[in-house]
Design a binder for this molecule. Structure first.
Ligand code: ZN
Length: 162
């Protein structure tokens, strides 16, 4: 288990649509690294592309619960979308408000291929939507309201890590 370095906005791995994990793929090491990497205090989720791997898996760390899912699919979003402050380890130092559903449910698999479901409200719902988007090559800043996005891009371009 290794805590892996987080890829930053601008890295093409973050814009690539990730491949489904096949039953023959050995992703145990990947999942262990995702879990280890999300355990760092202050982290809510890490998707495989963020550690440089374009395979469909992510880990989460919300309300003291740490876990992962392979081949996640959002199966339910409910409630009125509301503006939530959101950040991303790949866009460090920034939080911008964007619309998210207040309740979400994701279906996927564990390492043994058994079906699992994750669901939650609030930060968990936000994490489930945010991390699944990463697997489709999408960053949360892509979904910001136009004016907010323009300002976000300006601030990001001026940041010392960009
Ligand atoms: Zn992110």
């Amino acid at each position: 288990m290794t805590e892996r370095q987080i890829r930053l906005f601008g890295d093409p791995v973050l814009k690539t649509v990730s491949d489904p994990v096949k039953p023959t793929d050995d992703v145990r090491g990947l999942v262990e690294d995702l879990v280890e990497t999300v355990k760092v205090p202050g982290r809510a989720g890490v998707a495989a592309p963020q550690i440089g791997v374009n395979q469909r898996a992510f880990s989460y760390n919300v309300d003291g619960k740490v876990g992962y899912v392979i081949n996640p699919v959002v199966v339910e979003l409910s409630g009125e979308p509301e503006l939530m402050d959101e950040g991303c380890l790949s866009v460090p130092g920034f939080y911008f408000p964007r619309l998210r559903y207040p309740s979400a449910r994701v279906a996927g698999e564990d390492l043994d291929g058994n079906p699992i479901e994750l669901s939650g409200t609030g930060v968990m719902a936000q994490a489930l939507q945010h991390e699944t988007d990463h697997l489709d090559g999408k960053l949360y800043i892509d979904g910001l309201e136009k004016g907010v996005r323009r300002e976000a891009m300006r601030l990001i371009r001026e940041s010392d890590w960009f």
